[in-house]
Structure formats: C-alpha cells, structure tokens
Design a protein around this ligand. Structure first.
Ligand code: HEM
Length: 528
C-alpha cells in the first residue's frame, strides 16, 4: 500500500519494506551510504552463509554492540531536564561571579536528579538520598553545583567514600540486596562510623522518600566560598527551595508505587514540564565569615554538619525553572558530566576535606565513563560562552585549535597567536594560610557526631519521629547479625533514648549500652 510519504512493499519472507520517498529521508550507513535493504543481511545464496563484505550489517551490529557505557558508579539512576536560573537579588557585594551580577538575567541550566545506590534500572521510590545536580552555563564558564536533597553527608573524609559506597551497593558474593539501606554490610559500616549518624537520621526520615523531584529541597552541602573583585572571601552554603513545597510519601505508599510504577518520579517530571507546569526552586545562600564560623563548637568544614537556618537565615537570590524535557535521554541525561571542580571565577572551595576529595574524583570518573578526555566537546557538557585554548587531539576530538599555533607564550600575533591569559578576569585563589605539617588525622572540631543528629530528630513532628523509628526497625530487621543491630541501637541511645528503646523493642532485644562518644555531645557540655 502507498502512503503519502513512503511506499510499503512486502519482501519474499512476508516482511515489510517501508521505502523512502516524498518527505521521508533515505536510510544511510554512518558513513552516508544509502541503504537499499535493511531487512535482510547479505548471504551467499538465500540459504547460504553470511558474507563478511556486508558492511551495512557489520557497521549496524558493531554500533549496537557498543551502545552501553558504564553506568555511574553512584547516582546511576537519574533524570534530567533543561531550564534557566534567574538572578533576583544581586550578590555583586560578595562575589565577582558573572552569574551573580545582573538581576533579571537568565542563565541556561541543566539539572539531573538521581537516586544514589540503585543501578540504572532500579526503581524511583527507593529509600535513598536524592542527587540534585545543577549545571549552569554561565558567561564565564560552567558552574556545576553537584548537590543532594539532604544537607549533610555520611562521612567527613573522602578516603572513606569507596567503603561507604561498597557497603551500600549489593553485596559482592550474592549481588543483593538492591535496596540501599536494608542490609548487613551497610549497617555494619555505619555502626562502625559514628560520624554517619546525623545523615542516617535524615535517610530514615520521610526526606528519603520524596513525593516528586519537584517537591525536594537541594543543598550544596559543603561550605563554599564567594570571592569579590578584590579577592575578599565569604563563606557560603547553597540551598534550593522548591516552590511546590516539601512533600514526601509514606513508606507503605512508596512500596506500592515502586511495584505499580517504578518510573514514578521521572514520569512526574516529564508530565509536569510537558503540561506547562514548570517546576521551580529558589536559590538561597547562607553567608558568613570566619568570625561567625568560629562561634560554633562544630566545624563549618565538616560535611556532616549544617548551620541551622534559625541561627543564619537563608537569603533568596534567584530562581531555577525547568521548562524543557530532553530531546534524547542518552545524549543529554546520560552523557552530562557534573564535576564539583567546575566553578567560575568568584566561586571557590573551602578546605572541607570531602569537597577537596570530590574535586579529584569527578574528573577521573568522567574520563572512564565517557571514554576519553574530550567529554567537554559533547554538546550537553560544552560551555555556551566563548572558549579558546590549546588543548588538542585525543579520542573523539571535535574542537582542535585552528591555524599554526598550539602553544604559548608565542611570538605570533597579535591576531594569529591565539588566546592569551587575562589576569583581570581569570581565576585567582585567595592566599592560603601558612602550610601546616603533613598529617593523617581529624581535628577535634570534627568529633561530635550526635548533637546535630539529635537536633534533627527533635525538629520532627511526632508522626515524623514515628516514621523514623519504623524505618529503623524495618531496615534493621533485614540485618542478619544481632551484633550489628545492637551496635546501631547503641548509637541511637546517644541521639534519643526513646527512639533507641522503641527500635530495640521493635527488633525484640534489650537495650545495649550507649556507644562510647568520641567527644561529649554539645548538649551534654556544661553551659558556659
Ligand atoms: C555522582 C564521587 C560525595 C553528589 C558521583 C560520581 C562519583 C562521585 C564518582 C559519579 C559521577 C559520574 O559518573 O557522572 C563522590 C565522592 C564523594 C562524593 C568521591 C565524597 C568523597 C558527594 C556528596 C554529594 C554528591 C557529598 C552531595 C553534596 C553527587 C551527585 C552525583 C554524584 C548529585 C550525580 C551527578 C549526576 O547527576 O550526574 N559522585 N561523591 N556526592 N555525586 Fe558524588
């Protein structure tokens, strides 16, 4: 039968051939050769052996065989969308970052939300932390704010990250469980790592089962620095506040949703954007200086701590709107490469050891995952501002220097000598303090692991507190070894006695002794 755009014919095997014509393009190989028959491979006689000279078949199968790239080692399951960041309150007084100068200006952005522990094909409503990674294509280069929906992290030192992730992923012999927190290895590791207990309180709370990506907060977690034109630096914590409000589901709802629609969150984001109900967040900052930081018993460089908003209110400076779904999931959401070290001039790092460790890890992991050093040439990763440098070659190079010169300094020029340094615009770091001796140790200011866990638990409503207790009983009931269960409860005793008692009761054992604290918690210290 003939349609207006293509002809359909039947082959000898009854298969359908849809033939190019009218507005329908001709199918080609990757090398541009028109393809006459895409239903039958080339054979020596209809019943004969396949011929190796069938370059169309060979190329098609070769490409298919290479379709998979490694999934992200963490945050493998994610979903992204395009949008923009709009500045509503200038930060020019504290930062020279171009993105923070002009109120009303819009900066294109791409956001990827994710779960952390599950594999690429896992379900959306897992009890887990959610990634909230934002790439802003600023006029002075890309800014990646690679955050989570929980304001603190499990560990203080990046050297523990591989252990944390190994413990949370399926166990190496049995390759299960897929569920993040429901197993011996995870609880064994965290119960031997008391610094994780603040984050454990958050992950056992309703925060870890959000209703939608649109109803999650986001946090930069670490203390960063903003730097003004004179080089003066101000500490900053970044916050994303959802316009739709903060909403979660209950555990029983999560379990049902996972069965009925494992794609619940991605479908929700896709539908919201396509129906014009654009998700929106406010960007907020907590700004402070060294003197303010010194007032706390905890360390602002410790990623297991937050600065309570009651003590330091969040100043809203912009909004993030997601208004366009991707054209292609792989090209954009899968190939997007976030890296904490992507900061434009005017935004800088603090000495948070976890942040410093991350700055090393992300470049390394992208090289492996995206197959070479030229992943910034992929459109989703390429800056949208002018770029000029002398990097060249390597696998998949798309953007080599033009002309004769690929080094500097050089005496060609001024027009054919290529780009030059720009001290007025480029990155200049704030002078560091005198170097101290090399040491493997944590400061005393990192030693209180329970006070903020208690602060979080006590900030919850009674029903939310019950959810935390129920979650702990459920997750720990999957743990086979009694000593791991008991050790976990021994930490809970340093957070809340009632909670510890309820969890021990729910699991059917007597309360163990409280875990020995590395340092008395702040609430136990005599008032000064
Ligand atoms: C993804 C390392 C801590 C947020 C990743 C990936 C690695 C990694 C290797 C995979 C990246 C990729 O293949 O594209 C680390 C290390 C950490 C750490 C070494 C600590 C030492 C954190 C923390 C946060 C975080 C504290 C939140 C503040 C994310 C997010 C992604 C990610 C959101 C997914 C990015 C995306 O959507 O593509 N991390 N991470 N990570 N990490 Fe971390």
């Amino acid at each position: 039968a003939l349609s207006t755009t293509y002809a359909e014919t039947q082959g000898g095997g009854g298969e359908t051939h849809q033939v190019a014509g009218g507005e329908v393009a001709t199918l080609t190989t990757a090398n541009g050769h028109p393809v006459a028959d895409d239903q039958n491979s080339l054979r020596q006689g209809a019943r004969g052996p396949a011929l190796i000279e069938d370059t169309h078949y060979r190329e098609k199968m070769f490409h298919f065989d290479h379709e998979r790239i490694p999934e992200r080692v963490v945050h493998a399951r994610g979903y992204g969308a395009h949008g923009f960041f709009e500045l509503t309150d200038s930060l020019a007084d504290v930062s020279r970052a171009d993105v923070f100068q002009r109120v009303g200006e819009r900066t294109p952005a791409f956001v990827r939300f994710s779960t952390v522990a599950g594999s690429k094909g896992s379900f959306d409503l897992a009890r887990d932390v959610r990634g909230f990674a934002v790439k802003m294509y600023t006029q002075e280069g890309n800014w990646d704010l690679v955050g989570n929906n929980i304001p603190v992290f499990f560990i203080q030192d990046p050297i523990k990250f591989p252990d944390l992730v190994h413990s949370v992923k399926p166990e190496p012999d049995r390759a299960f469980p897929q569920a993040a927190s429901a197993h011996d290895n995870f609880w064994d590791f965290v119960s031997l790592t008391p610094e994780s207990f603040h984050m454990i309180m958050w992950t056992m709370s309703d925060r870890a089962i959000p209703r939608s990506f649109r109803t999650m907060e986001g946090f930069g977690v670490h203390t960063f620095r903003l730097v003004d034109a004179k080089g003066k630096s101000t500490f900053v914590k970044f916050h994303w506040k959802p316009k739709a409000g903060l909403q979660s589901v209950c555990w029983n709802e999560a379990v049902k949703i996972n069965g009925a629609d494992p794609d619940f969150h991605r479908r929700d984001l896709w539908d919201a954007i396509n129906s014009g109900d654009f998700p929106e967040w406010q960007l907020g900052v907590q700004l402070f200086d060294e003197k303010f930081a010194d007032k706390f018993d905890f360390d602002v460089l410790d990623a297991t701590k937050l600065i309570p908003e009651e003590i330091l209110p969040v100043r809203i400076v912009g909004r993030l709107v997601l208004d366009r779904v991707v054209d292609n999931f792989f090209a954009e959401t899968e190939q997007v490469a976030f890296m904490t070290q992507n900061v434009p001039p005017g935004i800088d790092f603090s000495n948070d050891p976890l942040l410093q460790g991350r700055n090393f890890s992300y470049l390394d992991t992208q090289l492996k995952r995206l197959g070479g050093p030229n992943f910034t040439h992929i459109p989703i990763n390429a800056p949208k501002c002018p770029m000029a440098h002398f990097q060249q070659d390597g696998h998949m190079a798309m953007r080599n220097p033009k002309g004769r010169v690929n080094y500097e300094p050089n005496s060609w020029g001024p027009f054919d000598g290529g780009p030059r340094e720009d001290p007025a615009r480029g990155f200049t770091s704030v002078p560091a303090a005198e170097p101290e001796p090399k040491i493997r140790a944590r400061p005393e200011s990192f030693a209180d692991h329970y006070s903020q866990a208690r602060l979080f638990f006590s900030s919850q409503t009674p029903i939310e507190q019950k959810h935390i207790g129920d979650a702990l009983v459920f997750e720990l009931s999957k743990v086979e070894r009694p000593d791991i269960r008991a050790r976990t409860v021994s930490h809970l005793r340093n957070i809340d006695e009632m909670l510890a008692a309820k969890v021990a009761d729910g699991l059917g054992f007597d309360l163990p002794k409280p875990a020995q604290a590395a340092r008395p918690t702040m609430m136990d210290l005599p008032a000064s």
